[in-house]
Design a protein around this ligand. Sequence first.
Ligand code: HSE
Length: 310
Amino acid sequence: MSLTVYAPASMGNVGVGFDLLGAALAPIDGSYLGDRVSIEKADSGIELALAGAWAHKLPGNPADNIVWQCAEFFLQRLGKEGEGVKLTLEKNLPVGSGLGSSASSVVAALYALNEHFDRPFDEQALLALMGEFEGRISGSVHYDNVAPCYLGGMQLMLDLPGRICEAIPSFENWYWVVAYPGISLSTAKMRALMPPEYAKSVVIDFGRNLSAFVHASYRQDEALAIAVLKDVLAEPYRAPAIPGYNEAREALNSLGMLTTGISGSGPTLFSVSSCLKTAEAAKAWLESHYLTDGGFAHVCRLDMLGTRAV
Ligand code: HSE
């Protein structure tokens, strides 16, 4: 019997919470924005087939594919190296986009494997495996993509044993316009642009903005949330490396969008509005000014379901 799992795209950081906040995305037109992994039993060994719009960008050798490696890693952890599984990855997210593309593949694969083997890992243990594996491929363990991709909604990282993250309330009336311009940027390189240390005043601004954003989310105080949804750690260093980002930010502001930031390590940007007309005007502007070949834009809500069998 075959099982297919969908894992949504996600925005790491959500601007204000570098490595500590993340949210899953659901286009309002009902389309899927995320990878799918199907699993079925095979005679022996790990088999991998590729499909989807972005499959041509993946390594040709199956053993170099992160989904194949996920299966090897999972079977080792389970002590079932001899088991045969056949996986199909439908790669719907571009790599290096800032939309949690690798997290989407990893989460879909590990979720599918866990279901296939009758859930040997509980939610926290599986999330820890997802973070560990994602850390191996991106060079540093941060859960701000895998956690929202797996669990949905807006997730705050706690990084405590048995409490890796917890959901915080979100603003149900907000539209999140996301635009992927069509170029690929490496997370490791985008992290290397950031300074190793920050001035005390910047650290205080970061703590104040993030704590005020979480506070505003619980109070459902939209004006406060928007006023503090600012990225003082990454955006000043990453924005110059994203062609057209600063111009787009200004234009979106003039169109009446409430705030704009970088999704994950970029180049995708996100922009917030509570008005559908304004969000659609922002999407149209981005389509004609920010996108190049292969780019796309969506008006989204947050995906509250996270990863699921479809
Ligand atoms: N928090 C991460 C970063 C997200 O901004 O580097 C990208 O994976």
